[in-house]
Design a binder for this molecule. Structure first.
Ligand code: CA
Length: 243
């Protein structure tokens, strides 16, 4: 059931699915293919990593529990190699979510088994939109020492280039384009992620924390207690910010 070749000309991009349970892999494949994606399946971490290099997929759907090197290690190796291909984790348990986000692996999203195939396809489309979005504001944004170039999708904190995932970049860009305005978590989910999730508030908090950790003392993101987040120049990160 593992296809040896990806679809020749996927309309919406090639998705690499690394999943060792054949029934789940096939379910994902059918739903992605039915939505116009090309799909390549692999069953373990080693061959999955090789497939990322070989096929350059638009995104990777990555099961956490894999034989050999697990999904967490696959993602870690990708990021260590400066490969920022969007990764959507599929996890079997909620506590795996804690492990994934706690490790700051640069995962772009995750779904927990059992998941709705339609939801998974929507998440993939959303991740791709975020990673491929052509910006409507090409001018470089600057707040304090943080400089964000929407056209090149690069961020600098002073002279230091900061590697952000697609989601982290879009979140920071969204806030930096609207300095001084305070946004609630629900609003950020809707505007940046393009959907509202049941457990969404935590997703926002985790990504904010990752952006702050990467920008370090240059982070212009301020927590407004009980409300949400805002970008302001010259403001130190507050109680949630220092890490
Ligand atoms: Ca598995």
């Amino acid at each position: 059931m593992t296809s040896s070749q990806p679809a020749p000309s996927p309309l919406r991009g090639l998705i690499l699915v690394i999943e060792d349970e054949p029934a789940i892999a096939e379910l994902i494949r059918l739903n992605l293919a039915g939505s116009g994606f090309g799909v390549h399946l692999e069953r373990d971490g080693e061959t999955g990593l090789a497939a990322v290099s070989r096929w350059r997929p638009a995104a990777v759907i990555l099961d956490v529990g894999l034989p050999g090197i697990d999904g967490v290690e696959v993602c870690r190796r990708l990021r260590a190699a400066q490969d920022w291909t969007p990764v959507l984790f599929v996890t079997a348990r909620d506590d795996e979510v804690d492990r994934i986000v706690g490790l700051e692996l640069g995962a772009d999203d995750y779904v927990t088994k059992p998941f709705s195939p339609r939801e998974l396809v929507a998440r993939v489309a959303s991740v791709l939109r975020r990673s491929q979005r052509v910006t409507d504001a090409p001018a470089t944004l600057q707040v304090g020492s943080v400089r964000l170039d929407p056209a090149e999708r690069r961020v600098h904190a002073g002279d230091r280039e900061v590697a952000l995932t697609a989601t982290e970049f879009d979140l920071l860009a969204y806030l930096m384009r609207r300095p001084g305005r305070v946004f609630g978590r629900e609003q950020l989910l809707s505007e940046v992620w393009g959907y509202s999730a049941v457990a969404g508030a935590r997703t926002v908090d985790v990504h904010i924390a990752q952006v702050r950790a990467k920008l370090r003392e240059a982070s212009p993101i301020r927590t407004v207690r009980g409300v949400g987040y805002a970008v302001e120049a010259g403001r130190a990160p507050d109680e949630f910010g220092a890490r």
